[in-house]
Design a protein around this ligand. Structure first.
Ligand code: CA
Length: 585
């Protein structure tokens, strides 16, 4: 970064010795920021400039709406955060067609003396409605931004309209959640950076996982002008198909529960009872038996995912089938058949595929010596409990009914999700994700899909994209993301690895968890790629719970697809340095 200075920060006071040292250190690091020119007068200037942001003009795009800065305060250093200017603002505050108040809330934090010259936005999660506030990046020196996506789960929460899915009744709130809010808050945030620091950010970064990963891809496809570097984790490429695939597995597992007489006290099928933790552990071991050594090393990690096909695991799964009554050492034919069907993906009655298949991988279970891995089953099955159904996919059915289906299917309360899911027709309902009406003039598929293979505008501005996805993600299929990545790579051609790379994390569940090296931060390497042209050939990751491998620590390289991690043949198998990224498939 080039040294810069800002006239408003100049002071006649000589810099204090500590400041000289700080400036020298910053210069050595190649990064001098304007706010480092601080003395008492400049500190006051920071405070003044922060307060002045209260009159910052903000975009207003909807008739009858208003946009205002609600507060702009200089926050003293403390609680591990540096001194910074914190701005809260609302864009497009208005009353929706459902009579509810709506606004796109944002929070921006700009460090005064520790700014690294960069802008960072963090992505959301679920169906948003919670203000994202990526303070970890503030600690690292970034000016940070987050939003709630245009609705507030504390306000826009109506039990008869799917609880926090209620915003789906209002078309403009759908649009804000789908794509508009992230664009508007980025515009507002960058304008505030320019006003506060008297210069634009040198580089801008976006990072998120799940819905936040979708927002990340959205930025590379729909708004490629905003961000220089993007990390998209487990991106929900086909957002409305996430709950759809959940309704599909709910029907499958509810059917299994009914056939095996697993019921809650109220007579509902006990979905979580269909597989015990030990049942899933048997399936994990079968998958490992079939696939672990396909990468040359029996280590509890399936690096050769491409080889771990349904055909390869079928005999190992078949070997689990009980000869007689069900015991802890075997699975029923119905359990095996139902799970295999679930892994094949979602289909209508004519056999047309509606959502991707799922990757057979070792993260379906795991045992760390004390507890079984809860991550994988939490989405499809929920707890092994006769008390309640708590699969996350079941909960998300309200989003399908209210946010993604046009027109919304109302009323629907938490008590209705099971009957709604069990009566859902895969022949007549999915088309409603692509439907428009006068009141809903844009379909949810059109506003939320982020599967465009055309990243030409992002590539030509010098943008860099890193994508990651857990192979044992039971929320969103890694295979769906790989299909998009392959499609995009074909479209963008041979130069794709020069601006976009994807990393599959074996064993990892949705955004983290599972028997995997699931702890890593791609932002530092992304910054080096964007600013120094150093491409990220491997990302070192460590297991957040190495107990799943029966060891005290494990690190591994995550490799850019289609490369895979391979043991070099010597040294500790728990150290990344003894592995290399290989082109073998
Ligand atoms: Ca292996």
């Amino acid at each position: 970064m080039a040294p810069t200075s800002t006239p408003t920060l100049r002071t006649s006071l000589a810099p204090a010795p500590a400041l000289v040292l700080a400036l020298a250190t910053a210069a050595l690091l190649g990064c001098v920021n304007p706010s480092a020119h601080v003395g008492p007068a400049a500190l006051q200037a920071s405070s003044t400039r922060c307060a002045e942001l209260a009159s910052q003009p903000l975009p207003v795009t909807l008739p009858g709406a208003t946009s205002t800065v609600r507060s702009s305060d200089l926050v003293a250093a403390g609680d591990s955060l540096p001194e910074h200017c914190a701005v809260r603002a609302q864009i497009n505050r208005r009353v929706g067609t459902d009579g509810q108040p709506y606004a796109i809330e944002l929070i921006q934090r700009m460090p005064t003396s520790t700014w690294n010259g960069r802008f960072f936005m963090g992505g959301g999660g679920g169906t948003n409605g919670v203000l994202v506030d990526p303070v970890q990046r503030l600690k690292e020196g970034y000016a940070t931004l987050g939003t709630d996506g245009g609705h507030d789960n504390k306000i826009n929460n109506l039990p008869q309209a799917g609880g926090t899915a209620a915003f789906g009744v209002d078309h403009e709130a759908r649009v804000d959640f789908g794509y508009r809010s992230y664009d508007l808050v980025t515009q507002a945030g960058k304008a505030m950076v320019s006003r506060f620091y008297q210069r634009a950010p040198q580089k801008s970064y976006f990072m998120g996982c799940s819905e936040g990963g979708r927002e990340a891809l959205l930025m590379s496809q729909r708004f490629p002008e905003h961000y220089d570097g993007i990390v998209a984790g487990a991106p929900v490429l086909h957002l409305p198909l996430g709950p759809l695939s959940g309704i599909y597995t709910t029907q499958l597992f509810a059917g299994l529960a009914q056939r095996s007489s697993q019921q809650l006290a109220n007579g509902d099928p006990a979905i979580g009872m269909t597989y015990s933790d030990k049942d899933l552990m048997l399936m994990r071991l079968a998958v490992l038996n079939a696939c672990d050594t396909q990468d040359g090393l029996a280590d509890g990690i399936i690096d050769n995912q491409a080889a771990c096909t349904a055909e390869r695991v079928a005999p190992a799964l078949a070997a689990l089938q009980c000869g007689g009554a069900k015991t802890e050492q075997c699975l029923s034919a119905d359990q095996l058949g139902t799970m295999k069907k679930a892994f094949q993906g979602s289909f209508d009655s004519r056999g047309t595929q509606l959502y991707s298949d799922w990757q057979w991988d070792a993260g379906i279970s795991g045992f760390d010596g004390k507890t079984f891995n809860p991550s994988w089953r939490s989405w499809w099955l929920g707890s092994h409990s006769r008390e309640r159904n708590n699969a996350i996919k079941l909960t998300f059915a309200t989003a399908e009914a209210v946010i993604y289906t046009t027109p919304p299917r109302l009323p629907i309360s938490a008590a209705d999700v099971l009957p709604y899911s069990l009566s859902y027709s895969f022949d007549s309902e999915p088309i409603k994700l692509f439907t428009t009406t006068d009141r809903y003039p844009e379909s949810t598929a059109s506003m939320t899909f982020t599967d465009s293979p055309d990243l030409a505008r992002f590539q030509s501005r010098g943008g860099k994209l890193m994508v990651y996805h857990g192979a044992s993600d039971s929320s969103i299929s890694v295979n769906d993301t790989l299909r998009w990545y392959t499609h995009m790579s074909r479209r963008m051609g041979r130069t794709t690895p020069e601006f976009a790379r994807m990393y599959v994390v074996p064993g990892m569940a949705h955004c983290g968890g599972g028997p995997a090296t699931d702890s890593f931060d791609m932002l530092p390497q992304l910054v080096a790629w964007v600013e120094k042209g150093v491409a990220p050939d491997a990302v070192t990751a460590k297991a957040s719970n190495p107990g799943y491998f029966g060891v005290s620590q494990r690190t591994r390289p995550l490799c850019p697809y289609p490369q895979q991690a391979r043991y070099k043949g010597a040294g500790d198998i728990n150290l990344a340095e003894n592995f290399t990224c290989s082109d073998v498939r």
